[in-house]
Each structure stands twice: as C-alpha cells, then as structure tokens.
Ligand binder design. Sequence first.
Ligand SMILES: Nc1ncnc2c1ncn2[C@@H]1O[C@H](COP(=O)(O)O)[C@@H](O)[C@H]1OP(=O)(O)O
Ligand SMILES: [Mg+2]
Ligand SMILES: [Mg+2]
Ligand SMILES: [Mg+2]
Length: 308
Amino acid sequence: MAQSAPLVMRLVASSITAANRAGKIIRDVMSQGDLGIVEKGKNDLQTEADRSAQRCIVTSLSRQFPSVTIIGEEGTSNCEVPSDWVVTDSDPQILQLACPDEYQNIQDDDIVVWVDPLDGTSEYTQGLLDHVTVLIGIAVGDRAVGGVIHQPYYNYKTAGPDDMGRTLWGIRGVGVGGFEPQSPPQGKRIITTTRSHSTAAVQAALDALQPDEILRVGGAGHKVMLLMEGKAHAYVFASAGCKRWDTCAPEAILVAMGGQLSDMHGNSYSYSRDTPHQNTGGVLGTAKGEDHAWYLKNLPDAVRQTLL
Ligand SMILES: Nc1ncnc2c1ncn2[C@@H]1O[C@H](COP(=O)(O)O)[C@@H](O)[C@H]1OP(=O)(O)O
Ligand SMILES: [Mg+2]
Ligand SMILES: [Mg+2]
Ligand SMILES: [Mg+2]
C-alpha cells in the first residue's frame, strides 16, 4: 500500500519526517551555542543551522527520490552527512490519503522540491525562536501543490524538549493537517509583514491598505501560518527579498485551505525548475474568505511600479 502511493503523496510524507529531523538539528545548533554566522549579503545571514538542516533534508530526500530536482536556499557541499541526519521513513497518515486524479501519474521529471531549511534566520539569531520554520514545497509543473511547514520551537516556552515543535502540511485537492484552520475575525483588517526587511515601498503599501493592526514578524512561513490560523487577514510584502523556497510550501498549504498567494500584480509565481528564484513582484497572501482582489486594487500604482 505505502510503496504504491503516488509520487506526490510519497514526497509530502517523506518531507514531513525530513523537516522534523531538520528541526531537531536547528534546536541542537542553538543549544550548543555556536551559530557559525556567515553574512551572505546585506541583511542576509546564514548559520550552521541553515547549512546543516539543508544537508539533512536534501540528502534524505535525494536518497529516496534520486531523479527528482531539489532546489535549496543554501549551496550544497560535498562533505559527509552524519548517518543519523538521513531519514528515509515517511509519515504513514499521508500515504493513506486519496490522491486527486490529476496527480496520480506524475513523474519525477514533472516535480521540483523547493527547500528553505530555515526560514527566519535573522529572527533565529536574535532569539525570536517561534518565528523560525523549515519549509519544503513540492511543485508539479509550475504550480505549488504540496507543502510542509515545520515549526521547531512551537510551544517552546511551555513544552519540554520532547514535545516541542509541530508540522503543518497541505496538498491541493486533498486538504491540510497538523493545525486547526481558522478564519480571521470579521469587521477588522489585520496585516502581517516583515520585521527585518522593511523599505519605503513596504510601508507605503501598508499605509494605503489602512489596517486596524500590523503584525511585524519574521519569516514567510510564520506569516502564512498567521493567515492559516486566523490571526491575520493578509500578508503584504511589497519588496523583492523573498525567493521561491520562501513561498512554495506556504502557498501550497494556504491554497489547499482556500486562501491565495500572488505577487503584487496578482500574478502567480511559477515554481518550475527553470524559473528565476527571486520573487521580484513581492508577496500578497490572503486568508480563506478574504477578497484578494480588494488588496490588489487598493495597492498604490507607485508601489507596484517599484516591483517587476
Ligand atoms: N532582503 C532579503 N534578503 C534575503 N532574504 C530575504 C530578504 N527579504 C526576505 N528574505 C527571506 O524571506 C523571509 C521572509 O522575510 P521577512 O521575515 O523579512 O518577512 C526571510 O526570513 C528570508 O528568508 P530566510 O530567513 O530563509 O533567509
Ligand atoms: Mg536566508
Ligand atoms: Mg526563507
Ligand atoms: Mg532560509
């Protein structure tokens, strides 16, 4: 039964265990105390946790799916991966689910796996640990179809080391799991946006949308989780800083529960293997039940013109 599950379902099932293992590595690096910070660019850090979590995920998935294209945020290295970082088991619950007809016969060639081994690096280095997520997105053709978000420090203030963290998943046409989908409160507009990568255009977009409240938090995964759990109505980031690995997994889960994600012009991002990595049109995510078009209509042209 498990062996014969369609490729998309097997990839999501294996991504759940790989993301959980990566989350443990992220916690271990933090508790060992040496983050090994490297500056990749302006306001763009990488730590030992980003590097190690990526090696864990890419090695684990490529052992099981050697012909599937995997694109990760951090460069690959050839050094040996500790054997206990390689996990090749799968989440049994996912393998039992019915796969939609359109994804029954997908081949290795049709898939790209987008890996952000640690989203919210800046917040991780500053101790804002619940902003951190591990993101694994599964694209079929150019669409984000499956997503896994692991939050390694979920409940970290109250949980013990063995019950910390959680893993959320979603598959288009199948559904979501690992959390309780909620709609945001009616009669109010709560917008979530960046806390560490703001610009004049980011602020101008927020001003024009006149939110009742702004939640400035780290990480693309963390912000989309706020939409999924009814804590915010929209995620508005009028800047080009995010990349495909930041949005593939969150988009798949958000869409699987009825939300939307596009650039600031209303165009969907392509997740095919030859697409550019940068999300040059910014990010607009809206919760289930929100009018995505309203946000697009009310964004100032001057802001849109700053984005390709
Ligand atoms: N200017 C930027 N340079 C590098 N990464 C960025 C930039 N802006 C956003 N990101 C990535 O998008 C995520 C969401 O952005 P923000 O928290 O500012 O809303 C960041 O955590 C970061 O991912 P990562 O932490 O994986 O490098
Ligand atoms: Mg980064
Ligand atoms: Mg990221
Ligand atoms: Mg990252």
